[in-house]
Design a protein around this ligand. Structure first.
Ligand SMILES: [Zn+2]
Length: 248
């Protein structure tokens, strides 16, 4: 039997066979640009805060929050629009295959502490959307319409910057859907979907741990590999990956 390559080797193989290009900086010239923050809530980010929260302090997630905080401050200072998704569930409506998480009233559905100023000080001037499914574009559909679509058109956006968690789940589905919606002519003048890579994170659940905690092997989710795959799929669908953005 051939030996299974190490995760490091698998990652190297993915980076070679499925390369991604991450720009150093991205600027927007005169384009109208808005920021979308995906699910930086306690239930996904605060150590020990629930079934889908990191079990211990997590440097990757902390770095994402710090950079998101910096970006949000820049958008607020320059009076540019912000949309915030908060994964939020009613207790009696499960979201398979996931265990209960971000249930209304538990605090898991609240923004992480570092970002709470956004909602407290500027909540009235931004779009804050509670969503009960992975895909924020779908989750923003209510009986009036689609609030992402309304926001993009109302703000006359030409570019959207996306940050948040998880790169290969909620970020990916939102980015891919919004790219399709753009190409289908549903989003006005929107052209650029820009993903700030260091401000996107995903979780780490190595295969060997799934067995220890009694989960099926299909729950395995090695972070470095799934991060790469998520970014690869976003870029393959037309997203711009960047390390940094500069606002005019
Ligand atoms: Zn959820």
């Amino acid at each position: 039997m051939s030996e299974i390559p190490s995760r490091e080797m698998i990652l190297k193989g993915l980076q070679t066979e499925m390369p991604i290009t991450i720009f150093g900086t991205t600027t927007f010239d005169t384009k109208n640009v808005g920021l979308v923050i995906v699910d930086e809530v306690n239930g996904f980010c605060q150590p020990g805060a629930g079934n889908l929260a990191p079990p211990a302090p997590d440097g990757v997630i902390e770095a994402m929050i710090d950079l998101t905080n910096k970006l949000a401050r820049q958008f607020v200072d320059k009076r540019k629009p912000i949309m915030i998704f908060k994964d939020t569930h009613n207790l009696d409506v499960p979201e398979p295959p996931y265990p209960p998480h971000c249930v209304k009233g538990t605090g898991e559905e609240e923004l992480v502490e570092k970002l709470q100023w956004l909602e407290k000080e500027y909540g009235d001037s931004m779009e804050i959307l509670e969503k009960d499914c992975i895909n924020g574009f779908i989750g923003s559909i209510d009986n009036i319409g689609n609030r992402v679509q309304d926001w993009v058109e109302f703000e006359n956006l030409e570019a959207i910057v996306v940050v948040g968690i998880c790169t290969d789940i909620c970020d990916l589905q939102f980015v891919q859907t919004i790219l399709s919606a753009r190409n289908h002519g549903m989003l006005g003048r929107l052209t650029d979907i820009v993903v700030v890579v260091p401000a996107c994170a995903t979780y780490d659940l190595p295969l060997e741990i799934t067995q220890v905690i009694g989960l099926p092997t299909t729950a395995a989710h090695p972070r470095d590999l799934t991060q790469h795959i998520g970014l690869y799929l976003m870029q393959a669908s037309g997203a711009i990956l960047t390390n940094e953005i500069i606002l005019d």
